[in-house]
Design a protein around this ligand. Structure first.
Ligand code: GLU
Length: 445
């Protein structure tokens, strides 16, 4: 990193000392843009970098709610509206006990660049709460969502800020959130949330989009190296929405996914993960992954196991931030892994990324490889704005095109800036150029 960027980073670190994940995300992006500033010195003017690293607005609020026994709970709600140079703030909501300002800021920061890469008119934001939906009844989740939205609603709007789901926020939660927004605002404003149910303005393919998009991205990465998914052994960490539909698409494209996981352990199924079983456990019954083995007797479950020690050709981290360390990267490389694409946001630690880059395997960062989710959210917004509903096939074709575009842009940008084959740098630079250009055109904002 050049001296000026080092000192910018130092200042950002000083101002955000208690936010390690946010600093990690900033460092990763700033580490890529030295060559851009050398080529376009105007983007170093008027503290543009500092402005990109400072959210436009952050809201933190109290979320009181009552459980089924009448006990009162207080959670903390967040919305970080990071950047609206390209369009209304856009990004998911995460409900998980680990959520804090650092996590929301790193996710919001990543979202700016991810959304820019899609080429669609959406700014970057993220939000959520330290509420843990695990083990809560539908009624409790509803009461929480209603309380959360009662405050959040003042900051939203289809032209202002459009949340969606993330970890712990799926169709059920989006339904309760939309219901409460509609009630408070007295408006049927479909475009204020995405990831909605089909009966009230949702779009086909949004459920599958992040995982499917990841599958398409991997296909493109392998094709660029004269390879394909056909017959490849794949690992997918996690077992949530992203993981499930990544497994589905990888299998449709000819790959074999032999393992997945949750926070408690790893399932290994040599014959390939059985999707109907996985979907029933996770989407319907909301059970731990361990119960997979009750239905599929030949599969193995290892409590606290490390998925990345299993030999594979392709690894898709789809669980959470920093789940794949330098040590895991070593294990994957030893096992002959040739491609890693991130379905989760920032799942690989910086030393893991360094190892993949040094080994010159195909490594795609989440902001490129998992952008299919938010891109399809933007397609949902388009459908809401035109009061239209597109077919599954038409929407999926659009998603496949978008993923190919992102892939090609990353590679082309990496070539142009002297780092051929480096998707991480290509993604950061390509996205930065879009955001920086818009911000510069808009004056000192
Ligand atoms: N939470 C998803 C992401 O990380 C989707 C956001 C959205 O659809 O707005 O990109």
């Amino acid at each position: 990193m050049d001296e000026k960027l080092e000192s910018t980073l130092w200042n950002i670190q000083q101002r955000n000392v208690s936010e390690p994940e946010f600093i990690q995300a900033v460092k990763e992006v700033l580490g890529s843009i030295g060559t851009v500033l050398a080529k376009h010195p105007k983007f170093a003017e008027q503290k543009l970098i500092e402005r990109i690293c400072e959210p436009e607005r952050q809201v933190i609020f109290r979320v009181p709610w009552q459980d089924d026994r009448g006990e009162v709970h207080i959670n903390r709600g967040f919305r970080v509206q990071f950047n609206s140079a390209l369009g209304p703030f856009k990004g998911g909501l995460r409900f998980h006990p680990s959520v804090n300002l650092s996590i929301v800021k790193f996710l919001g920061f990543e979202q700016i660049f991810k959304n820019a890469l899609t080429g669609m008119p959406i700014g970057g934001a993220k939000g959520g709460s330290d509420f843990d939906p695990k083990g809560r009844s539908d009624e409790e989740v509803m009461r929480f969502c209603q309380s959360f939205m009662t405050e959040l609603s003042r900051h939203l709007g289809e032209y202002t800020d459009v949340p969606a789901g993330d970890v712990g926020v799926g169709k059920r939660e989006i339904g309760f959130l939309f219901g409460q927004y509609k009630r408070i605002s007295n408006r049927y404003e479909s475009g204020v949330l995405t990831g909605k149910g089909l009966s009230y303005g949702g779009a086909l393919v949004r459920t599958e989009a992040t995982g499917y998009g990841l599958g398409y991205f991997v296909q493109e990465m392998l094709a660029a190296r004269g390879e394909s998914l056909g017959g490849k052994t794949c690992l997918v960490s996690g077992s949530g929405n992203v993981a499930i539909y990544a497994i589905e698409k990888v299998m449709q494209l000819g790959g074999k996914v032999v393992a997945c996981s949750d926070s408690k352990g790893v399932v290994y199924d040599e014959a390939g993960i059985d999707l109907p079983t996985l979907k029933r456990i996770k989407e319907v019954e909301r059970l731990p992954i361990e119960s997979y083995c009750q239905w599929r007797k030949r599969a193995h479950y290892q409590e606290g196991g490390n998925l990345w020690e299993i030999k594979c050709d392709v690894a898709l981290p789809c669980a959470t931030q920093n789940e794949l360390t330098g040590k895991d990267a070593d294990a994957l490389l030893r096992g002959g892994c040739i491609a890693v694409a991130e379905g989760a946001n920032m799942p690989t630690t910086p030393d893991g990324i360094e190892k993949f880059t040094k080994a010159r395997i195909a490594y795609a960062p989440g902001k490129a490889a998992n952008a299919g989710g938010v891109a399809t959210s933007a397609l949902e917004m388009q459908q809401n704005a035109s009061r239209d509903a597109w077919s599954f096939e038409y929407t999926e074709r659009k998603l496949a095109h978008i993923m190919k575009d992102i892939h090609d842009r990353c590679l082309k940008t990496a070539d142009e800036f002297g780092v051929p084959g480096n998707y991480a740098q290509g993604a950061n630079i390509g996205a930065f150029l879009r955001v920086a250009d818009a911000m510069q055109s808009l004056g000192l904002i």
